[in-house]
Design a protein around this ligand. Structure first.
Ligand SMILES: [Fe+2]
Length: 224
């Protein structure tokens, strides 16, 4: 079900497991001033979900901001063939023969730049994603950069604890390892995000941070 987060922003959560870890997944929908919907990490496009989206408006932009966030992309594109696809490089390459397909980067996108800002966040060789700031709702949209799991189930406890994300909002611990001794690019990204006056953090997995988002984000990366 779509849940309203603010006047023009909604999310839809659904169960999602990887290797027995209950990660959960969240699709975020923002209605832009021109009426077009910005669809962040679309979920499986069932008839019900499609109808719910259509009740909000016309899907204008489908966004695949991180690796593995293309899981249900084909279905979303099939359901909304007129929409633009904006994806990070590996996903973009897969769809580049499709018309209306664009590479996500630091470059502002004219269709939404007045309402949503973005940054190409780099946290080591294996973690790169485009993060977004929705001005009106003061929300930071993350894919996999940080999350917090409540840790139900044995595998979630084991792996989640290993990654350092059970009951605390944090980047997964491997990011510390991969950026060791070369954190300048990471620090630049952290500082860029902290320029945005967000209060809420909405990651694609785990719980939402509902208030004091900037403080929580700063604390999560204090080690860097
Ligand atoms: Fe993810």
């Amino acid at each position: 079900m779509l849940q309203s987060i603010g006047e023009h922003i909604w999310m839809e959560e659904y169960p999602f497991e990887v290797f027995g870890i209950a990660l959960g997944r969240r699709m975020i929908v923002i209605r832009l001033a021109d009426g077009g919907l910005f669809l962040h990490s679309p979920g499986e496009m069932t008839d019900d979900r499609k109808q719910r989206l259509e009740s909000l408006g016309r899907v204008g932009y489908i966004v695949a901001p991180a690796r593995f966030h293309d899981l249900f992309l084909e279905g979303a594109i099939g359901a909304f063939p007129q929409s633009e696809l904006h994806a990070i490089r590996p996903i973009f390459s897969r769809f580049s023969s499709r018309a209306k397909t664009f590479l996500l980067s630091d470059q502002a996108v004219p269709s939404w730049e007045a309402e949503i800002e973005q940054h190409d966040f780099r946290a080591g060789p294996f973690h790169r994603e485009t993060v977004f700031f929705h001005r009106e709702s003061r929300s930071l949209l993350l894919a996999d950069l940080c999350f917090r799991l409540s840790g139900q189930g044995l595998m979630t406890q084991l792996v989640g604890r290993g990654l350092g994300v059970v009951n605390r909002f944090a980047p997964t611990r491997d990011i510390r390892f991969w950026t060791m001794g070369r954190r300048q690019r990471l620090r630049t990204s952290i500082e860029k995000v902290l320029e945005w006056p967000f209060t809420r953090i909405i990651p694609s997995h785990g719980e939402i941070v509902r208030e004091n988002g900037r403080e929580v984000f700063r604390e999560a990366f204090r080690w860097a």
